[in-house]
Design a protein around this ligand. Structure first.
Ligand code: SF4
Ligand code: SF4
Length: 458
């Protein structure tokens, strides 16, 4: 069989504009999350189906990167098969705990209704029992990862400390490693609390700043309207300026939620971080569009194209200032989120159990099918139903545009709940991936002054 008949160009590929006076094009395979530089004539041969013109060496590398795939392959099935296998084969038990329903802030876009409630100690044993059962039933788990989530989890630090000690012990009994991450508003993240978190096995802190004080304080203000930016920023500075900060092995990422009200404040925030020389301290900086949280917050979101353009400008700024940021994924995303993992679940401060992080404390979901039960009635009363868990079948059945999307392997579908509620959660990379490839080229070949260009470079 001739090469033309045996192979085809994968549908999961993205070509950049020509670069270097038209001599090259960048090609990104979303199936393998690998980026290669091609001579333009090779790119043309690929795009026009003239595969017989390719040299053996080039063909081998393109097959290796899954840029070329067997002619008869149903690629969507391959991707969905990988996604389902990755969700089934996970070696990590992911358990999310919301130790409190309280939060100091009253962000305009937040859909949660906060109360002073916190986990009751008599709930601990039900949580632990739940974790033990999952580990007993799945000897393949080698890791336990706890996500501390809000409301504001640090307002329930007491519970975090006690539960960590228990869960660590359980993980050890089952021969598993233990780690944790936290999403926090940063209001209580003083230096000593950061050190406590490190001692509690937290290795990943996600903190939100919605621009400089001028913008942030308009949005992420205290419940009584008071300002929060200076408090959070000073906490961050005192942590980042510890001489041994890196020794704690905790990565702090800064997220900036963006919509029409604050997009103009993001560049200034990056400049502010740079003026404090935080480039080597911050784990990563990223922007996220405002989405519906069971409310109308998404109506303030930027148009997808505008969000994509904004992000490219910010990436160029981050790149010039030497900040770490994710330009092009170098890993695929076979597991979209916790909804497709059979054991992953979340327990809120009232003992309610869910398999999605955006449901708790949101009034419109209170009596919805998303609730799997409540631990106060015993761990064994929790329903085995898993809302949204048929996500990969939904894609197969073309219920959502992910069915035909070329970046499915690196996106996974973004957020099944959003799609089911009629809101498109497509990330901005869908709209600016070609521009990201040009930044990739600049980063790898222009600024580094690399002269040697082979047919395919990884
Ligand atoms: S369905 Fe959406 S909101 Fe729920 S956990 Fe997944 S990504 Fe998050
Ligand atoms: S969520 Fe959007 S970008 Fe992601 S796979 Fe689906 S259609 Fe593509």
């Amino acid at each position: 069989m001739g090469i033309n008949n045996a192979y085809k160009l994968s549908r999961y590929t993205v070509f950049s504009e020509p670069v270097h006076q038209g001599a090259y094009q960048i090609l990104y395979s979303t199936r393998t999350a690998r980026t290669v530089l091609l001579r333009s004539e090779v790119a043309k041969q690929l795009q026009s189906g003239m595969l017989q013109e390719l040299t053996d060496a080039t063909r081998t590398q393109l097959l290796d990167n899954e840029v070329l795939v067997p002619q008869t392959e149903n690629e969507l099935e391959t991707i969905l098969g990988r996604n389902i296998k990755a969700a089934d084969d996970t070696d990590t038990l992911y358990y999310v705990i919301q130790p409190t329903a309280a939060c100091q802030l009253g962000c305009g876009y937040c859909g949660q209704q906060h109360t002073k409630d916190a986990l009751k100690e008599d709930m601990y044993s039900a949580i632990l029992e739940r974790i033990i059962t999952k580990l007993k039933n799945n000897p393949e788990y080698t890791k336990v990862h706890v996500g501390w989530f809000g409301a504001e989890p640090l307002m329930g630090l007491r519970h975090m400390k006690t539960l960590t000690a228990f869960i660590r012990g359980i993980a050890e009994d089952f021969g598993c490693t233990y780690s944790a991450s936290i999403v926090t508003n940063g209001m209580s993240l003083k230096k000593n609390i950061f050190i406590t978190l490190a001692e509690l096995g937290v290795n990943d802190i996600d903190i939100t700043l919605d621009g400089t004080a001028e913008y942030h304080d308009q949005r992420r203000h205290l419940k009584n309207g008071g300002k929060s930016f200076e408090i959070i920023f000073n906490h961050l500075l005192s942590i980042f300026n510890m001489p041994n900060y890196k020794d704690y092995g905790v990565e702090i990422s800064i997220r900036c939620n963006v919509d029409n009200d604050n997009y103009q404040g993001v560049a200034d925030l990056i400049d502010l971080l740079a003026s404090h020389h935080l480039q080597s301290k911050i784990g990563s900086f990223y922007v996220a569009p405002i989405h519906s949280w069971g409310n109308d917050a998404h109506l303030q979101a930027l148009e997808k194209d505008n969000m994509g353009d904004l992000e490219i400008n910010l990436m160029i700024q981050l790149y010039k200032l030497n900040f770490p940021f994710s330009l092009i994924p170098n890993e695929t995303q076979p597991v979209v989120c916790m909804v497709v993992q059979k054991d992953a679940e979340l327990v809120d401060a009232h003992g309610n159990v869910f398999n999605c992080t955006e449901i708790p404390y949101v009034p419109i979901y209170e009596e919805s099918d998303y609730k799997l039960g409540n631990l106060k009635f015993g761990a064994d009363t929790i329903s085995e139903r898993r809302p949204l868990s048929n996500w990969n079948d939904d894609i197969r059945n073309a219920k959502f545009p992910c069915h035909g999307c070329r970046i499915l392997p690196i996106c996974g579908g973004a957020c099944p709940k959003s799609w089911h509620e009629g809101n498109s959660p497509c990330p901005s990379i869908k709209f600016n991936i070609e521009d990201r490839l040009l930044i990739w080229y600049m980063r790898h070949f222009v600024d580094k002054g690399t002269e040697s260009r082979e047919t395919v470079l990884n």
